[in-house]
Design a protein around this ligand. Structure first.
Ligand SMILES: Cc1cc2nc3c(=O)[nH]c(=O)nc-3n(C[C@H](O)[C@H](O)[C@H](O)COP(=O)(O)OP(=O)(O)OC[C@H]3O[C@@H](n4cnc5c(N)ncnc54)[C@H](O)[C@@H]3O)c2cc1C
Length: 429
């Protein structure tokens, strides 16, 4: 039997969970698809040792039991009436009439000498690895880059027994202090910041400081931090460097949704009801611009209601605007400084899948020319890592992706079956 859903939500992070709940509460038959085994997205990724925080459990437990949750399932292509999905059971198509894109963001990694050494990860990447069981106990960790995610990553590393030697923030002390001073307008954020600083008591937090080089033979064993006082070399076992997040745009692009730019990066453009430019497609959370968990939750609720044909209340819209105002502050005070863009030297690898150096990219004026001339962005990650960096470094922008937008098995492409809920029964948290 082929099934149909009224609303399909892609992504089970805060935005997607909230959207699925809102649409189901409006009486709609809802499917929630996510490529992770457990719901929660990035911020609430299940921690094998410590579980999920209480606020995550509250949101996950509130998901109505009749939401058909497809876990460990990736949407690899999207057309105007159908999604192509794959999981361990195979590939299948799922017809849609109303869609919520809640695919979140990914970390912005900026190249610098030594960044491809084993033991160097993103800041959120280190956090994800720790939660998935990578042993950190006793390891000396330096965390660098920009934004509040550095504190969250450091707190997770410490909780898993790592010795966090330093947090290096590229933003100036003035920006960091102004950001902190504005937090009273978002009491929940203020409480989170205070809690994080308490958990990180004793860890040096250096502003105006960059990780300029990672050193080591087989793996990283030291990092150079450059700050107002000069360059410091710190011995470490792990180095985690992340410059915030960028929206995941592939599916919205594949569907033809209009995007808007924020600095060097694009996000899905939405109206007040979180509707995109494509009829029946809504978007919420980091896909619409990096805004944090609270913003994702409220945008998800608005998108879920709108997708279900319910007009969101003015109160909800005001809460969303307030949350987005926080995002704007975040972007202003932690904006990337030019010094970060000056980090690669000629031999620094920029596309790590195809080993393309910064020097090799100089001859090419755009993303397509660089691809044709160097294979930059054509490796396993399909430009998901170097694409963000090159948007910052060279204003290179990738065009809309060709389907499949994520790696797919031949069987998924060749013999997808129509979705059948007796074959894909769905799971419940
Ligand atoms: C690595 C990382 C770590 C982070 N850690 C923190 C933190 O500690 N604290 C904090 O406040 N914020 C953190 N953030 C920011 C945080 O992600 C957001 O603020 C919040 O989770 C946004 O919610 P969201 O629902 O928009 O997206 P997400 O939480 O990112 O959820 C999106 C979900 O969609 C799924 N997905 C994406 N594409 C597909 C597809 N094609 N098919 C199926 N599923 C798909 C993803 O796997 C994910 O589960 C982190 C972000 C990242 C990238």
């Amino acid at each position: 039997m082929a099934d149909a859903f009224d609303v399909i939500v892609i992504g089970a992070g805060p935005a997607g969970l909230s959207a699925a709940r809102a649409a189901a509460s409006a009486g709609k038959r809802v499917a929630l698809v996510d490529n992770q085994a457990r719901p929660g997205g990035q911020v609430w990724r299940h921690d094998l040792r410590h579980g999920q925080p209480a606020d995550a459990r509250r949101v996950i437990d509130a998901l109505p039991a009749d939401v058909h949750r497809l876990a460990d399932t990736q949407v690899v292509a999207a057309t105007t009436d159908e999604l192509l999905l794959q999981n361990d059971a195979g590939g299948f198509t799922l017809a849609w009439t109303s869609l919520v894109i809640a695919t979140g963001g990914r970390e912005l990694l900026m190249p610098f000498p030594g960044w491809t050494l084993p033991g160097v990860t993103g800041a959120g990447g280190l956090q994800a690895l720790a939660k998935q069981g990578w042993p950190l106990a006793g390891r000396r960790v330096v965390i660098a880059g920009s934004g509040p995610l550095l504190l969250a990553a450091a707190a997770t590393a410490r909780r898993h027994g790592a010795q966090v030697l330093a947090i290096a923030e590229q933003a100036s002390p003035t920006d960091v202090n102004r950001f902190a001073a504005s937090l009273w307008r978002w009491p929940g954020k203020l409480a989170q910041a205070v809690a994080l600083r308490t958990r990180l008591a004793g860890v040096p937090y250096r502003t105006d400081t960059l990780a300029v080089a990672a050193h080591g033979g087989d793996r990283v064993d030291a990092v150079e931090l450059r700050g107002p006082g000069g360059v410091d070399r710190i011995d470490c076992d792990l180095l985690a460097v992340g410059y915030g997040l960028v929206p995941q745009m592939e599916l919205a692009d594949a569907l033809g949704c209009t995007s808007a730019s924020e600095g060097a990066h694009r996000h899905v453009a939405v109206d007040a009801r979180q509707a995109t430019s494509v009829v029946g497609v809504y978007a919420a959370g980091e896909a619409c611009g990096i805004g944090g968990r609270d913003c994702a939750l409220v945008e998800g609720e608005i998108a879920g209601l709108a997708a279900a044909g319910v007009t969101p209340s003015p109160t909800l819209l005001r809460r969303r605007d307030h949350a987005r105002a926080f995002a704007a502050r975040l972007n202003t005070h932690f904006a990337l400084r030019d010094a970060v863009r000056a980090l690669p030297d000629p031999q620094t690898i920029v596309c790590r899948c195809e080993d393309v150096t910064w020097e090799q990219l100089q001859a090419h004026a755009g993303s397509r020319a660089a691809k044709l001339g160097t294979r930059c962005g054509m490796g396993a990650c399909q430009g998901r890592v170097c694409g963000g960096a090159l948007a910052e470094l060279r204003h290179f922008h990738r065009g809309a992706p060709r389907p499949p937008v994520f790696p797919a098995r031949l069987a998924t492409l060749g013999e997808p079956q129509p979705f059948d809920s007796s074959v894909y029964p769905g799971v419940h948290p």
